[in-house]
Write a protein that binds this ligand. Structure first.
Ligand code: ATP
Ligand code: MG
Length: 315
């Protein structure tokens, strides 16, 4: 695929973006990143890495110091209204017009983006987010979790093509998290592009098509989730023994086996990309020690292990 086609297909195209705040702090350093139409992209990174700043520049809330951002082909600075109309943003921080009702605030937000009134759309959004019963209540009376639902409803009110979710599930209960991921999956099925930041790596693992990792204002990795997991992942081969053993024979330690806590399993960790011819040797050594094997299984390291390893390597 040539570069031109790729650029045309991108929902968001970020090139050489840098942001230095007035304090002199360099929050983004020469970031280039394309978000594909229709994908779920998870941006992972520790506190202060620049995730919210990056989202802010794309949504026109933070002025870039240099570089360019196109949303649906529109420059976010020169063509702010057109680019912003394509975007829904669920911000990390709760803010808001506290004396409005739920219905009014969500419906009004749709109007702000120049979309004609559509009560059916607002009704569906409120129902999807279990806010329908609260539609006539003032925001100030709602709990934190309910307010967060309202933020999501507002972000969806103008039926955006691109949705940013900045730490959407930080501090929310299980029910809201479930509602949210159901809504996100539905949106994705309708072709909406979704970019989320999260500290819950299991969430990225479950939801994302691609993962980007940001650290100290730099994108240090962008990869298909499945690729990332096979490339960087380790696998554990677990050999379950018929009978527990008290100590591991030296010959088995020598070839990289470990014994689990209750002596019932031998574990061997290997690179998931490496070939597996070593396994026959392992099994032969196990049987040479007179141990009978009950079962064999392999398991892959989680994204969390990969992520922690990656940041540690750069520290
Ligand atoms: N308005 C600002 N002025 C000066 N520095 C800022 C400003 N906003 C953010 N920063 C700094 O820029 C860096 C990146 O902040 P940002 O909020 O983008 O990080 P983040 O990755 O979203 O972190 P978190 O996971 O805590 O939400 C931080 O060091 C922060 O202190
Ligand atoms: Mg943030």
């Amino acid at each position: 695929m040539n570069m031109h086609v790729q650029a045309a297909e991108a929902a968001v195209s970020i090139s050489n973006l840098s942001k230095t705040y007035d304090t002199g702090f360099e929050a983004l350093k020469n970031v280039s990143l394309d978000i594909r139409k229709g994908e779920i992209f998870a941006l992972l990174g520790p506190n202060g890495a620049g995730k919210t700043t990056l989202i802010g520049t794309v949504c026109g809330l933070v002025n870039p110091t240099s570089g360019q951002i196109l949303v649906g082909g529109h420059d976010v600075v020169a063509d702010f209204r057109k680019s912003r109309a394509l975007i829904g943003l669920v911000p990390q921080e709760l803010t808001g017009d506290r004396f409005e009702t739920v219905w009014a605030t969500v419906s009004f937000t749709r109007g702000l983006f120049g979309k004609p009134r559509n009560d059916a759309v607002i009704e569906k959004i409120l129902k999807d987010l279990s806010l329908w019963d609260k539609r006539n209540e003032k925001l100030i009376t709602l709990s934190g979790g309910m307010k967060r639902r309202v933020l999501i409803a507002k972000a969806l009110s103008h039926e955006p093509e691109i949705l940013f979710l900045d730490e959407p599930t930080a501090g929310v209960d299980v029910e809201l998290r479930r509602d949210m991921w159901r809504v996100v999956r539905e949106l994705r099925e309708r072709g909406v592009t979704i970019i989320l930041t999260t500290h819950y790596i299991e969430e990225a693992e479950e939801m994302a098509d691609r993962i980007g990792v940001i650290s100290k204002g730099e994108i240090i990795l962008v990869e298909e989730k499945t690729e990332l997991m096979t490339k960087l992942g380790k696998k554990d081969l677990t050999i379950q023994l018929q009978e527990p053993i008290a100590t591991l024979p030296a010959t088995l330690t020598a070839i990289g086996l470990r014994l689990n806590g209750d002596g019932t399993e031998l574990i061997h960790t290997y690179d998931s990309q490496a070939d597996r011819t070593g396994i026959a040797t392992l099994m032969a050594a196990v049987s040479a020690e007179g141990l009978s094997v009950k079962d064999l299984s392999t398991s892959q390291s989680s994204l969390e292990d990969i992520f922690i390893g990656l940041l540690r390597d750069r520290a």
